[in-house]
Design a protein around this ligand. Structure first.
Ligand SMILES: [Zn+2]
Ligand SMILES: [Zn+2]
Length: 257
């Protein structure tokens, strides 16, 4: 069975199709759990309302680094993220590729999220792009030893992946790995041990080949798993079981109930 460790179920572009139908398509393909990731604390309640009826959907709480127009105070984040249904903090992190001009604000928001994760002992979901040194350095400086997490939709270097794994972090791979241009990422995926990998769609964005250019959906996490299996020369069942076990080991609040 597969898990989609990172999707935005409140943002899917599915026209009139009910969310239930989209989830059923994924379930029929063997996807057993979905982590619906928050990008704005302001929108958290609306997001949670859409998914709270589904037992196989969990939620996180946080402000995406590129949504600083929705920035919120440390106290507000702590309060919202304390809710029992919130199993992870994020997505947070640093994105200097799309928004170099908000770097200072992004760093402060990232630090707030790390502190909240430390206090609540919930794992961090981190978005990082063209900000390798600052991401690793802020984690080293502010993170408690016991705080775990994931670098989601990973597209950076093996060196960065190794620095994160040393801090008990997982590396999550999206449909980008199937793109023609992603040769460097494929080398990284080959080198990262199965015990540290997660898979995700980041839907509605980044649909994997052969769906590229269409709107992405959680069921397509299967294509990501199949691609990684080919890359590593192992059966897809092995990718499924390893990434699913890794998921529950990291987000250990889910099975604990
Ligand atoms: Zn992201
Ligand atoms: Zn995301």
């Amino acid at each position: 069975m597969f898990v989609d460790s990172h999707c935005h179920l409140d943002r899917l572009e599915q026209g009139d199709t009910p969310l239930e139908e989209t989830l059923n398509f994924a379930r029929q393909r063997g996807v057993e759990h979905f982590l619906c990731v928050s990008v704005s604390v302001k929108d958290f309640d609306a997001m949670y309302e859409k998914v709270q009826g589904f037992n196989d959907v969990s939620v996180s709480c946080g402000v995406h680094p590129l949504h600083q127009e929705d920035a919120c105070s440390y106290e507000k984040l702590l309060q919202k993220a304390s809710r029992p249904e919130v199993i992870a903090i994020g997505e947070t992190g640093l994105d200097y590729f799309y928004s170099a001009d908000t770097q200072a604000v992004q760093r402060q928001s990232f630090i707030d999220h790390i502190n909240v994760a430390n206090v609540l002992q919930k794992p961090l979901i981190i978005h990082t792009r063209d900000a390798r040194e600052d991401t690793i350095n802020l984690l080293r400086e502010y993170k408690d030893a016991g705080t775990k997490g994931v670098l989601h939709c990973f597209t950076e270097t093996l060196e960065m992946a190794e620095a994160a794994m040393e801090m008990d972090f997982y590396i999550s791979i999206s449909g980008i790995v199937t793109f023609n241009s992603a040769e460097a990422l494929r080398e990284v995926v080959k080198a990262v041990p199965m015990a540290r990998l997660l898979i995700e769609t980041d839907s509605p964005w980044l649909a994997p080949v052969p769906h590229r250019g269409k709107s992405n959906q959680p069921g397509y996490v299967v294509e990501v798993a199949e691609f990684i299996a080919d890359l590593k020369g192992i059966p897809v069942e092995q990718v499924a079981s390893a990434t699913t076990q890794n998921f529950y080991r990291l987000f250990d609040q889910i099975k604990a109930g």
